[in-house]
Ligand binder design. Structure first.
Ligand code: HEC
Ligand code: HEC
Length: 229
């Protein structure tokens, strides 16, 4: 697959993406067109532009919450889905994110990343006043709730492909693992690499505990990688 080596995503495109994220809360009566996504479940006379009515209990757009806590799913939809896919499955703008390694993933969210793999996109940095630690934890919980993949290939795509490329040829880690044998693979996956050097694409690899990947899952995963060549 083509892998452009550009280091900086084009800012205008990013601006467009981010611009699309802003919640259209003041839906005035003039533009009645886009009523598709908003769940207008029998809202009785909800045409007023002034959003002062607090009695409306059906407002499910968790954007800009001023009091009530938003769910991880809603926070993900607001901040992440435009690039990472509606439910974290990934898109042409960013990786899939299900079953995140939390310390590493938190580092990426807090510091941002240019996105060499995605020329039309870049990972923004989210400061804690935009997305609190608690809110971020809810996003990770949401992403962790998806069912675990059940075969070697699917496990590989979920846990390894972001760094080693879908075909194992290297990816951002630049580490081609297609020739690796299953015993090496298994031990590498358990011990990881690079400590907490999360910023280095070529040094850091997460260590995966048995809670994250059981021995049986690791066997299936290692066998899949072992058979790549
Ligand atoms: C404007 C698009 C965009 C938005 C919005 C966005 N991301 Fe990203 N994200 C990216 C891109 C592009 C990358 C890949 C960066 C790279 O590899 O250098 C990325 C990478 C990541 C990674 C690292 C994944 C990996 O396997 O290395 C994590 C974790 C992440 N994003 C989480 C989030 C979360 C959580 C949110 C919402 C709070 C979010 N992102 C919002 C574009 C985006
Ligand atoms: C966040 C990025 C990242 C993820 C995710 C990742 N790796 Fe790695 N991997 C690396 C890096 C970087 C290296 C090189 C480390 C080094 O220099 O020792 C590496 C090295 C390896 C090696 C080479 C070991 C050796 O000494 O020959 C194997 C095998 C491997 N990874 C398998 C996997 C498997 C399987 C997964 C999924 C469970 C995975 N990796 C997930 C970044 C990653």
């Amino acid at each position: 697959m083509p892998r452009p080596a550009r280091l900086v995503g084009p800012a205008p495109v990013l601006a467009l993406i981010l611009g699309g994220l802003s919640p259209a809360c003041g839906d005035d009566g003039t533009s009645t067109a886009t009523g598709s996504a908003t769940d207008s479940d029998a809202s009785t006379s909800d045409t007023s532009t002034s959003d002062t009515s607090t009695s409306d209990a059906s407002t499910s757009d968790a954007t800009e919450t001023t009091g009530e806590p938003a769910t991880g799913e809603a926070l993900f939809a607001e901040h992440c889905a435009s690039c990472h896919g509606a439910s974290g499955e990934g898109s042409s703008l960013a990786y899939e994110l299900r079953h995140p390694i939390r310390d590493y993933s938190t580092f990426v969210v807090r510091s941002g990343r240019p996105g060499p793999e995605f020329p039309n996109s870049a990972m923004p940095a989210f400061a804690a006043d935009v997305l609190s630690d608690d809110e971020l934890a809810r996003i990770w919980d949401y992403l962790d709730d998806f069912p675990q993949a059940s075969d070697g290939e699917a496990l590989y795509l979920d846990y390894c492909a972001n760094c080693h490329a879908v075909d194992g040829s290297g990816g951002v880690s630049e580490y081609d693992i297609r020739a690796a044998q299953s015993a090496i693979i298994a031990s590498q996956v358990r011990k990881g690499s690079g400590g907490t050097n999360y910023g280095s694409r070529t040094l850091y690899m997460p260590a995966y505990s048995a809670e994250r990947l059981s021995d049986a899952e690791l066997d299936a995963l290692a066998a899949y990688v072992d058979a790549m060549l």
